[in-house]
Design a protein around this ligand. Structure first.
Ligand code: 13P
Ligand code: SF4
Length: 323
């Protein structure tokens, strides 16, 4: 393992230890490393816990860590801060955002909620996918993730209109599986939106007997061509139940690393995007091993949530966790 020094650290010159060494050092320092399954294999290996958005939120809420290094994107670290206010939460790269979170600004949402209230004669219940800013969470009634979205929508009385933000594809899928007619915000994940149903059909023809799994953030034609539509934790549970199968995978490419670690008895082929088969999230990719290591040394950059948003945003998350 490389020597650990906090002086003269910069991402380009940093001598980065092996993942086990990074994890050991973080443990000694009382830092909990959380990583989303879309982080690359190196970062997944460094983490004390790797999971989907729901598992990571639960982990942040339940662990008593005083410092959390969140290897994921900004809204995930904000969520960890909201659920564990006493912890110092920091990230490898503050610029790691999300196209879904960017698509829904608080002021626009507030104006749309007001417009719908006038139009419908009542304020709709606003359900927000967790991929949104704390500002948006503060304006919503309840949060959901890909892992619990059906239950969250099912918990809302049938006679109440629902506004679902910000992912129109996840919202469209929820309308299909729950029979609700939620009003949908017009946002999309820039990674999942690029999966192509035509090239997926070609791949399926080349691999007869394969099982296609896609994320509900994919557009409807891709979902319809899939055998299972699941969030990342649901995908992992499914592949673990199979033996010697070929899976065509319609989600971010690093998920395959996780499958290969935890269910190596199968084969995994990334479903192709419109022009390439990389399917990597450029925001998740901003978190490099060097930046992770530097952020651990510096316990920063820290992620903060403005005081005026804190309680309302936390309340929306707590309603989800209480279900
Ligand atoms: P899940 O891992 O919760 O399915 O979320 C997918 C995603 O796109 C996270 O940004
Ligand atoms: Fe956002 Fe999509 Fe990247 Fe997830 S994969 S962080 S939804 S852009």
């Amino acid at each position: 393992m490389a020597s650990v020094s906090t002086s003269n650290i910069s991402p380009s010159t940093l001598d980065v230890p092996e993942p086990a060494g990074i994890q050991r050092w973080a443990t000694e320092q009382g830092i909990l490393i959380l990583a989303h399954s879309y982080q690359d294999g190196f970062i997944q290996e460094c983490a004390h816990f790797v999971g989907d958005s729901l598992e990571l939120a639960r982990c942040a809420a339940e662990e008593e860590a005083e410092a959390i290094c969140f290897a994921g994107v900004h809204f995930m670290a904000e969520t960890a801060k909201l659920l564990n206010p006493k912890a110092r939460v920091f990230v490898p790269d503050l610029e790691a955002g999300c196209s879904l979170a960017t698509s829904c600004k608080g002021a626009d949402l507030a104006a749309y909620q007001e417009h719908l209230k006038q139009k419908l004669g009542q304020r709709p219940v606003t359900v927000a996918y967790i991929n949104c800013t704390a500002e948006v969470k503060a304006l919503c009634d309840i949060i959901c993730t890909s892992g619990n979205a059906r239950e969250v929508v099912g918990s809302i009385p049938e006679d109440r209109p629902i506004l679902f933000v910000p992912d129109m594809h996840l919202g469209g899928w929820l309308n299909e599986v729950t029979g609700r007619e939620m009003i949908l915000w017009n946002g999309a994940c820039q990674v999942h939106e690029l999966f192509s149903v035509d090239t997926l059909r070609d791949l399926q023809a080349q691999h007869s007997g394969s099982i296609t799994i896609s994320h509900p953030e994919c557009p409807k034609p891709v979902r319809d061509a899939s055998d299972h539509v699941l969030g990342t934790a649901g995908m992992l549970r499914l592949v673990k139940q199979h033996e010697d199968k070929t899976f065509l995978v319609g989600t971010e490419g690093n998920m395959i690393y996780r499958f290969e670690q935890e269910a190596p008895q199968n084969r995994y082929i990334p479903a192709p995007g419109a022009s390439c088969a990389c399917n990597l999230c450029p925001f998740m990719a901003l978190n490099t091993p060097e930046k992770l290591w530097m952020s651990l040394q510096e316990r920063g950059p820290e992620v903060m949530v403005p005081d005026e948003l804190f309680e309302s945003a936390r309340a929306s998350l707590m309603r989800m966790l209480a279900l």
